[in-house]
Each structure stands twice: as structure tokens, then as C-alpha cells.
Design a protein around this ligand. Sequence first.
Ligand code: C2G
Length: 137
Amino acid sequence: MKTVMTYGTFDLLHYGHIELLKKAKNLAGGGKLIVGLSSDEFNSGKGKESHLTYEKRKELLETIKHVDLVVSENTWEQKISDIKKYNVDVFLMGNDWEGKFDELSEFCQVIYLPRTKSISSTSIKKAISLLNSIDLT
Ligand code: C2G
């Protein structure tokens, strides 16, 4: 039984996110999956503007059976204190972050999983704005 922790914006939750969360939960082997969900303020610091508010993204993420706890991600630096606070055994991200968090291997196992191809919140957002720009009446 392991505690696994991952972080992200999880905007417009899609099957790519859910695939990652399912694999993360499997890695916990019956243990817990904790998600550090980027706050709207932290996201603007990342140069990201999410379509859904933090509250809405949190509400949707909490409906996913793989997710046991959602906590707010407010800074880049909070990961080490989160790992200690929640006794995290495995820190996990998609491989678009490959190598970016290797320093955390001092505190727990660090795993990067292959991203799910051909789906992203960005592409969904583009599709939404495209549809909104077309007069469908
Ligand atoms: N992801 C994936 N497949 C996709 C899209 C996303 O596996 N098609 C994974 C990403 O690799 C990431 C997680 O889903 O591990 C969440 O992705 P984002 O919401 O885009 O996360 P990001 O905004 O990059 O935030 O401190 C780390 C940051 O909070 C990461």
C-alpha cells in the first residue's frame, strides 16, 4: 500500500487525465492517490488560464473514483513539504515533465508516465472557441 501524489491543472478533465490518474492509483496498490490541483492564481503565474475555476476543477476531480484527496497547489516549492506532510511514497507526473522534478527522488520515488496522445485541454479549448465563433443557427 503506497501513497501516490501528482499535480496539475486538470482543466476540462479529459480521458488523458483520467488515464494518468488510473495508472497512478494502480501504482498505489490499494493505497491513496492525492492530487495537488493548481489554484487559479498559481496558474496565472504559470502563464496558464484555465477554462474552469479551481472550485469547478476540484469538484470534477473529486468525482473520479481513483482520486482520494485533492489539495491546492499554490507554489512550485510546496512539493517537498507536501511529500513529508502526506507521507508520499511515489511522486508522479506525465512525461511532458520528464526530468523536471528529479530532485524530489531524495524524498520519494519519482515516476514519469507517458502522456496520452492526441488529447489536451488546449485542443478542447480551441474547439470550444471555434464552435462559439461559428453561427450554428
Ligand atoms: N496528461 C496526460 N495526457 C494528456 C494530457 C495531460 O497524461 N493528454 C497529464 C500531464 O502530463 C500531467 C497531468 O495530466 O501530469 C495534468 O496535466 P496539466 O493539467 O496540463 O498539468 P500542468 O498544468 O502541466 O501542471 O506542478 C506541476 C504542475 O502543476 C503541472
